[in-house]
Write a protein that binds this ligand. Structure first.
Ligand code: SAM
Length: 226
């Protein structure tokens, strides 16, 4: 079983610091919603985010959407050999069950995540498909007890998809960590909880591309038939 964690993922509802911002307040009232029912999104809130602490790494829910879709559509997940977690920039952790089918349409994805942030699980009744808890990344590692925590970063030790997935396939309970943020390295708190960090290539790739490629290579290494 491979554990995939998207770490420090740039997904959160509108932070309180922005609720009184004129443009944001106008958007909230126009949509007839509360600020807790809208995800922070750089494509709509760019100006308001300019003074937000750590703003350059926040407000990119599309990264979570694309990367989660890649993960739960992979043969590895569909065969029950992949467990997926999304750790957010505000230290919340989303645990996906093994039967999640995510909406492909962004508006519906936003609705689902907003509901999850409010109710802490979706659906409200019945066995949860996604659950939310407050947890820092090292706490998640402590709880899951992986045999190795392997991070991927352009700034890590030079390697490639084949070699990294070969190493992963030797582990009994490996955890693979991909950054769910748009810029920069992992924070020290997250980096320090990893055993090893590898770079796949010189280029900075989009998180969803990394997720798709690393899962494909891992499937090859373990000889998954599909
Ligand atoms: C958009 S990138 C974050 C930006 C950062 N510049 C970087 O290079 O790692 C999102 C995530 O994709 C993964 N990633 C992107 N390019 C990578 C590379 N060349 N090697 C390994 N991981 C990479 C990392 O996990 C990274 O946190």
């Amino acid at each position: 079983m491979l554990i995939l964690v998207l770490a420090e993922t740039a997904v959160e509802t509108l932070p309180q610091e922005l609720w009184r911002n004129r443009r944001i307040a106008a958007q909230v009232s126009e949509k007839k919603l509360t600020p807790e029912e809208i995800l922070l999104d750089r494509s709509y809130h760019h100006k308001a985010m300019l003074r937000l602490k750590g703003g350059e790494r926040r407000g990119r829910p599309d990264i979570a959407h694309f990367s989660m879709l890649e993960a739960v559509s992979s043969p590895l997940y569909l065969r029950g050999l992949l467990k997926v977690y999304v750790h957010t920039c505000r230290d919340k952790v989303i645990e996906l069950s093994d039967k999640v089918r995510l909406p492909k349409t962004y508006a519906r994805f936003e609705g689902l995540i907003v509901q999850l942030f409010s109710d802490r699980k979706v659906p409200e009744l019945g066995p949860p498909l996604m659950q939310l808890s407050e947890k820092k990344f090292p706490e998640l590692v402590e709880e899951l007890r992986p045999s190795k925590v392997m991070g991927l970063s352009r700034l890590g030790e030079k390697s490639n998809f084949r070699d990294v997935t070969s190493l992963l396939s030797l582990e009994e309970r490996p955890m693979l960590v991909v950054g769910g943020f748009p810029k920069g390295p992992f924070s020290n708190a997250v980096r320090d909880a990893m055993d090893e960090v590898y770079s796949m290539c010189e280029m900075s790739l989009e998180a969803h591309v990394v997720v798709a490629r690393v899962l494909y290579e891992y499937e090859q290494r373990i000889g998954l038939q599909y």
